[in-house]
Design a protein around this ligand. Sequence first.
Ligand SMILES: [Zn+2]
Length: 506
Amino acid sequence: MKKIISLIFHSFIVLSVASSQETPIIPTPAKVTYHDGVFTLRKDALVVAPSSLSSVAMLFTDDINSLNDYHLTVVAKGKTEGNIKLLSDRNIVHTEGYQLDILPGSVTIRASSDAGFYYGLQSMKQLIINGSGALKAQTITDFPRFQWRGVMLDVSRTFMPLNLVKRYIDHFSLYKLNVVHLHLTDDQGWRIEIKKYPLLTEIGSKFDPEFNRMGGYYSQDEIRDLIKYAHARNIMLVPEIEMPGHAVAAIASYPDLSCEGTRPKIHTFFEGPSIHEEIFCAGKESTYKFIYGVLDELCELFPSPYIHLGGDEAPKATWKKCPDCQKMMKDNNLGNEEELQSLFVKKIGDYLRTKNKTLVGWDEIIDGGMLAGNEVLMFWRGWKLSEVEKEVKAGFRVVCTPTTHCYFDYPYKSISTRTIFDYDPVIPGTSEKNYLGVQANFWSHIDRSENNIDKQLFPRALGLAETAWSNAENKNWNAFKTKALLNISYLKERNIFVYSDSTLIQ
Ligand SMILES: [Zn+2]
């Protein structure tokens, strides 16, 4: 009897592994049903798509045609037999959901939005990449667990050229990540053109010469180009302008923005204090006028409903000595400088609301206790879990990016692919609906080459995708590992400098 049970158990394991090999899609789809037979993709197959979907379809065919010797073509009308057909279907209710039917005679992707079709095609692409063109017949019904599946790129400390950001967008979107949060400003550099304040890029985008390090910035035309590129791949770009702290690059450009009005140097992270005393003055009306001017251009440029204003690590020593800051506190009956920061954040949030934008901030924005409640908290202080739990219970929406699981600048020995794979952002006893989602943060204070950045992001981004998209009950580490190894081979072929595979075996 024991032998029989053992045999049954062994067969189950073999079947489970075989199944994971048959559907090597990351993140794991919500539901897969297998059918008899296989669909063989001809090298010259057609993708039959209505003209409204031709650009989504062509992103797919361009990608596939760049592999081996495929020459797939997008057509508006054509027979279904032997081809891939995109079919609008209002019954697919989730805006990012899709149904992929692979039958021996044809493939059909149903969705009700461009995003759904894009993701159905990404699943198809992964099956082709990780198979041989002979795809096991199956029906995949899929939709995400979380609406915010992000990666933060710190383009301030190490400026990342436009093409590098696009390369990451390509590979994040293959794994159905849908937010790239651009940390555009910090003490080490201002990286976006603001036409009203040209010195921000003339001065603020460059390190002081003695530090001998490259700066750079994105023009507004480049940002428009990047937004378009990201949007086509269902990625929302969320801009962050840090305030009131981490603002040395802005203050070096316009010294009156600080309490003392003197110009600090723009130096590299390791050649200056890690957290600067110089921060925006919260007492002068001219500071707010400047910030509103920057936000006017930002809101015009970025279609994202979210604008991130930072809000973390703001030392208050200068505010304690500043007559303008102290007067602002007195006029508003504030008891301490933390409350002044809260007022500062509230004023910015109110301004953003007039532009139909929602403020996102690092979780320090809750410290002064004056927020309206519709702001989004980006939870990063892993040691403040109980405080975040309290705020989530009070109704705040949160994006989880804790230092304990989501800091992709940390070495693999402290945060492995398994660490982020095993992470469940929902704190027990809280409502999942308050969680917008999960995000990895890549801080670039260490000067990194492109290969180094690749290595920090991959393969951990695959574990992130699984946590952000897949239902918790569908996650299986052993199955994921098999799929991840296949995907790592593909990423290497695409010249992504993936960190050693051994990190997966933990
Ligand atoms: Zn001040």
